[in-house]
Design a protein around this ligand. Structure first.
Ligand code: FAD
Length: 290
């Protein structure tokens, strides 16, 4: 059975290196100020998709990412690991999107891709941290969803079997395709880039990147069409601009605080009952627990 798999992958600011200029005054992320990385759990999702492709020769893995022009790097990173292609959803009108507007735009792009059996995405992005987009995309496409996947065991005869990691343990579920699956960070790590694929795809570029490039690759792109990375705007995916970006986002980030712990805030406790009791009282009083 050939599977047509779409992987949703987000380029995220490397929140391990958040500096003081990380956020703009309007509460949105200052993406230019932060190194950008492949969202970690989306790499786990990509690996699950590539394993299904290994198990079902003839299957295809397509990346879909929404972001600024430089998010094309996400598609290249996927190609270097064995994906077959990708689409960059990029348009100023998508900027500042909350999860509702993000999932709407992604759903419109998936409708344009049209032919798919499985949509795989990460459980959560390390910047927004909401874990909402995957389930929202499923809702918008009226698809079933399996969340917290640790392993996609197999996909046979129009059905998929998935091992889920939950707080209380693991469970194995079966469901009909097409479906959306969100993958945990406890799933297998993604395979490294493959030198052969890097050689093949290192010049892959979007239209905008070609325009910005100093060298002329026209001839290369005509003899190797797989190097042309597709860029889609609001119009390309027939999206309603009002439902995109800031205008389509009911969530307004009120205030963003940079929480940096100071040494003076830490307290060393002994295991004496009285100490533990005082700690519990303090945590309840300041609503950290309870
Ligand atoms: C500090 C901060 C707080 C925020 N708080 C909220 C909030 O409370 N509510 C809200 O609605 N928005 C919030 N946002 C905005 C939110 O980050 C964006 O809407 C974002 O595009 C999607 O939400 P997320 O990052 O939580 O992704 P998640 O829902 O955690 O992402 C889950 C999965 O969906 C897929 N995915 C997510 N975004 C994309 C993308 N752009 N392209 C391709 N695949 C994608 C990935 O596979 C990802 O692993 C916040 C942003 C920041 C930086």
């Amino acid at each position: 059975m050939n599977l047509r798999i779409i992987v949703l992958a987000k380029q995220v600011p490397d929140t391990r290196n958040v500096g003081k200029d990380a956020m703009k005054a309007d509460g949105t992320v200052n993406r230019a100020a932060l190194p950008a990385i492949f969202n970690p759990e989306d790499l786990n999702a990509l690996e699950q998709a590539l394993r299904l492709k290994d198990a079902h020769p003839g299957s295809t893995v397509t990346l879909l990412t929404m972001g600024p022009g430089r998010a094309a790097e996400i598609i290249r990173e996927g190609l270097y690991r064995g994906a077959d292609g990708g689409f960059l959803l990029t348009d100023r009108a998508f900027a500042g999107a909350d999860t509702l507007a993000t999932s709407y735009a992604l759903a419109m792009a998936i409708r344009k891709i049209k032919d798919y059996d499985l949509i795989v995405c990460g459980r959560q992005a390390i910047d927004g941290d909401t874990a909402q987009v995957g389930p929202q995309v499923a809702e918008k496409l009226r698809l079933s969803q399996i969340t917290y996947a640790e392993e996609i065991i197999n996909a046979e005869n129009g059905e998929i079997t998935v091992k889920r990691r939950l707080e209380r343990g693991v469970e194995t579920v079966k469901a009909k395709l097409p479906i959306v699956v969100t993958v945990n960070g406890s799933a297998a790590d993604c395979r490294p880039r493959n030198a052969k694929y890097i050689q093949k795809y290192k010049h892959a570029k979007t239209v905008t990147e070609k325009q910005d490039a100093d060298a002329d690759y026209t001839q290369l792109f005509s003899i190797r069409p797989y190097l042309n990375l597709q860029e889609w705007s609001v119009a390309d995916v027939n999206a309603d601009v009002v439902q995109c970006g800031l205008s389509g986002s009911p969530t307004k980030v009120k205030k963003i605080e940079n929480v940096v712990f100071q040494a003076k805030e830490s307290k060393t406790l002994t295991s004496a009952d009285a100490n533990i009791e005082d700690l519990m009282k303090e945590l309840i009083t300041n609503h950290t627990i309870g």
